[in-house]
Design a protein around this ligand. Structure first.
Ligand code: ADP
Ligand code: MG
Length: 294
């Protein structure tokens, strides 16, 4: 039978929109020593927006290019895709049919439209697509990274044609929550698929203990497994479409409410309220549950 204190705590949590999906979560939360956040949608609001777009090659006119970009991104559910399609729609850009759409987790998207292959994503995606003349990019990439934004690269067939600067914002409560978690003695880090400059900016602003960048979804899972194999227990907080596996392997997996359904299914805890401060709430609740048994 489930001890009374646990049942009461589960009900109290559900009233706040915090879904506890296994009874031993409270013990597990207090056993964890390290917290890892997946940056986008957890520490940040997860609603990035387009700051700027640089056209670096005039093989097609701007209107056609935006039409290609918008058509391909409208097939993706990634927050970056939302930022890009919103930007295009504001400019009155239409969308067309995409043949052979592919989403590469942690890298970006590729689609064929009007017999042109349109690749949109990070450096690694473009390298894999055989895009040449990447050195052109270095200067723009430096500028974007140093601002803490994310460069989203666009290639048409084998050439780089545009760079889109996308940026997100720290959740307003993030600093306070992190400060509190640190005061409890947790070691805190970020594991992100984003570029170094952007991840570093958030890690420094929050004075985190460590950060890892340009990780593909599988590499985040490996990181958690590797740290846990050394005896540390991890509380992982994620929200992305690609985070389900990492949420599952962590000692406690927390899914933020704004995220994908697959991550919610994988989570031991689901913050449907989508409030980072509810992380503090469940840790405090765990302490209360423990005291009831003493
Ligand atoms: P995070 O760990 O920050 O949540 P993701 O694994 O979701 O990162 O994505 C990693 C990177 O992959 C993004 O920073 C972006 O460069 C690229 N990417 C993924 N999906 C898309 C997309 N639909 N459009 C453009 N870029 C994408
Ligand atoms: Mg993500």
């Amino acid at each position: 039978a489930v001890p009374m204190a646990v049942s009461i705590a589960v009900v109290a949590a559900s009233r706040k929109g915090v879904v506890i999906r296994r009874g031993d979560v409270f013990d597990r939360l207090l056993e964890s020593s390290t917290i890892i956040f997946d940056k986008t949608g957890t520490l940040t609001i997860g609603k990035p927006h387009v700051e700027n777009i640089w056209i670096v090659n005039n093989t097609v006119d701007e209107k056609t290019l935006l039409f290609y970009i918008c058509s391909v991104e409208s097939r993706s559910e990634h927050p970056i895709a939302k930022a890009v399609t919103d930007f295009c729609k504001d400019k009155g850009v239409e969308t067309g049919d995409v043949e052979e759409f592919n989403h590469f987790p942690g890298l970006g998207v590729v689609g064929i439209i009007n017999n042109s292959t349109v690749s949109i994503g990070n450096m690694e995606l473009l390298k894999r697509m055989g895009v040449e003349e990447m050195e052109k990019l270095e200067k723009i990439d430096d500028i974007i990274s140093s601002k803490g934004s994310t460069p989203v690269l666009v290639a048409l067939n084998n050439s780089l044609v545009a760079v889109i600067e996308v940026s997100d914002r720290l959740r307003p409560e993030a600093e306070k929550v992190v400060r509190y978690l640190k005061s409890l003695g947790y070691r805190i880090g970020i594991a992100s698929g984003d570029v170094k400059g952007s991840v570093e900016r958030y890690a420094k602003a929050l004075q985190l203990d460590f950060y890892r960048y340009e990780l593909k979804p599988l590499e985040k899972t490996e990181l958690v497994k590797e740290i846990q194999s050394k005896g540390e227990k991890i509380l992982y907080v994620g929200d992305g479409v690609n985070d389900a596996a990492t949420i599952s392997v962590a000692h406690v997996g927390v899914a933020m409410g704004g995220g994908a359904d697959v991550s919610k299914e994988a989570g031991d805890v689901v913050l449907t309220s989508n409030k980072l401060s509810d992380l503090v709430f469940i840790i405090e609740l765990s302490k209360k549950v423990r005291r009831k048994f003493l």
